[in-house]
Design a protein around this ligand. Structure first.
Ligand code: PMP
Length: 396
């Protein structure tokens, strides 16, 4: 049946990413396409114990409705965590618990974007965020980036060109899809430019704590003096994505309106999960757990980079992530990576082509590889299969 959907529903022909993930889901394929954390590292035992304590002591409260802003104990634990790991000091009134970062992106866009407003994003960027911004009628404009993150001269240029810019969206740490990290200087400049041009920044930081090399850099929010930066994070990568919990930190007046919008979206995030995570954070060392994850991902990343360096043809370039879950690869010669994707599928290996990550012009020959959910033998064999497919494409 043909439905008369609203203009918010994407009008595009096909679900390219859905198609890629479906093909990549075939069990004989080694898939670097996903973006899943390693499930063997989920703290199942500890969460089970935390859940048992919650059911024993607070079962009825945890199964009841709760306030939209989130469980006060969890917000206290988040404030402590942010203070220790990110050097920012939110009051609990600055924090709202969300149903994952995906919801924070959605509600923030709903709050700030009117049809035709401009959203500036890194080029390339997280493809689901692009879909959200577009669904609210934004004109999404890409800002150049390099190994040091979003380029501030191009950002200022774009801010001048588009006076109706409503939001700058950035993933400063181990960006999805490139794995790149924004330098401290640029973070400071970004906060300054936001204040100068009166534009809000949405800082998306799901990977920031999963650092396996280099030195941590404070978030853009750290440099924000006037409340232009909305900082968001999630338990998806540091604990378990199935619990669907994240948080947003912003000016108290922003949070008040955010809570009103959240009320009509889902009333509140899963109350039981909130109790369990708060209990887990009280009794367990979350930072030690994150260190275990980071160490393991670090090993997987270095193996993947070593295999790429050894097996991919001459002239291939890749990012050097210091954390997170992704490597970005660029192969020379204007290769269409959708074609390369199907060639790789013939070799039983998959990845995500660059195309869906670009807000405007696509840079050919680019693609994203995930290492967080890959065992050593899969990395070795998968990169070998990709190298064969790339050679075939390049020598065609
Ligand atoms: N932002 C980015 C950059 C992500 O990569 C992801 C998840 N892949 C999200 C947001 C959504 O995360 P959550 O599970 O918290 O909704």
């Amino acid at each position: 049946m043909k439905f008369d959907f609203s203009s918010r529903v994407p009008q595009t022909k096909d679900d390219v990413v859905g198609e890629i993930l479906k093909v990549a889901g075939d069990p004989k394929i080694i898939s670097f396409a996903g973006g899943l954390p390693a499930p063997e590292l989920f703290p199942v035992k500890e969460l089970k114990k935390a859940a048992a304590r919650v059911f024993k002591r607070n079962g009825r409260d945890a199964l009841q409705y709760t306030g939209s802003i989130g469980n006060p104990e969890l917000r206290k634990m988040i404030a402590k965590h942010m203070n220790k790991n990110k050097h920012i000091n939110p009051d609990i009134e600055n924090i709202c618990v969300t149903t994952g970062s995906e919801q924070t992106i959605d509600l923030t866009a709903k709050m700030l974007i009117d049809r035709g407003d401009v959203v500036l994003v890194e080029k390339p960027t997280y493809l689901c965020a692009l879909d959200v911004f577009k669904s609210y009628g934004a004109k999404v404009v890409g800002v150049e980036m390099d190994e040091d993150g979003m380029k501030m001269d191009d950002l200022e240029e774009k801010l001048k060109q588009h006076p109706n810019t409503k939001l700058i969206y950035t993933i400063p740490n181990f960006q999805n899809p490139t794995g790149r990290t924004m330098t401290e200087d640029r973070r400071r400049s970004l906060a300054d430019l936001a204040a100068k041009y009166h534009v809000m920044v949405l800082e998306d930081d799901p990977y920031g704590e999963i650092r396996f090399s280099g030195t941590p850099v404070p978030p853009v929010k750290y440099y924000d003096k006037d409340g232009y930066v909305i900082y968001m994070n999630t338990f998806s990568k540091i604990l378990a994505p199935g619990m669907r919990l994240g948080w947003v930190i912003a000016d108290k007046d922003f949070i008040k309106t955010f809570v009103v919008m959240k009320q009509s979206a889902d009333l509140h995030s899963d109350n039981l999960s909130q109790y369990i995570v708060a209990e887990y954070m009280k009794k367990n060392d979350l930072d030690a757990h994150v260190k275990t994850i980071s160490d393991e991902y670090g090993k997987r990343a270095s193996l993947m980079l070593k295999e790429i360096d050894e097996q991919f043809p001459e002239g291939v370039r890749h990012s050097n992530p210091e954390g997170g879950m992704f490597v970005w690869v660029e192969i020379p010669g204007n290769v269409n990576t959708m074609d390369l994707f199907y060639k790789c599928v013939e070799h039983n290996v998959a990845f995500v082509p660059g195309e869906p990550f670009y807000p405007d012009e696509v840079v050919p020959g680019t693609f994203r590889l995930n290492y967080s959910n890959m065992k050593d033998d899969q990395i070795h064999e998968g990169i070998k299969r990709m190298a064969d497919a790339i050679s075939e494409m390049m020598n065609k």
